[in-house]
Design a protein around this ligand. Sequence first.
Ligand code: IDP
Ligand code: MG
Length: 175
Amino acid sequence: MLLKQLKATEVKEETKMMEQTLVLIKPDGVQRGLVGRILGRFEDVGLKIKGVKMVWVTPEFSKKHYKELLKKHFYPWLEEMITEGPVVAIVLEGLHAIELVRKLVGATEPRTALPGTIRGDFAHHSYEFTDAKQRSIKNLVHASGNAKEAKEEVKLWFTDKELHAYKTVHEKHVF
Ligand code: IDP
Ligand code: MG
């Protein structure tokens, strides 16, 4: 009985740690043929793909997605970059998924992103270069920055029907 109760509490605690986060493989990642390798990085750590689709972002949608950045000097360049070709949108689920995905993605500027991260391994753009050229940093992926952003972004990009319920083999080793 006690064991049963303990297990119920444990599952509740684990559920709190289970998070969903939004990842976009941006047009540079799609056009460079890196979709499989980037997705593989997330699959390798055991994150679950809850939903995935290809979308061509419009300027209106870009303004919704990047609403916090509209006043930044680089926003027009960012909009140009994110609308230049289709993106692959993914919702990933796992323990502490928001923080974990940001760790795998690496720092915003590929120049300073650490080796082993997606941005550090597959790109090398710098702010110095993009500011001089008046372009957006091309860093292959977007990943929700925090819990609030993740909640809003998953809702903006995916309907409930597009998020799928199934079991991965990793879950056997988590719970
Ligand atoms: P993040 O993608 O690491 O969360 P944010 O600050 O949210 O970084 O910026 C969104 C995107 O805007 C970046 O991924 C990058 O593509 C672009 N960006 C950010 N800062 C600059 C900048 O100073 N110059 C050019 N592009 C930038
Ligand atoms: Mg951000």
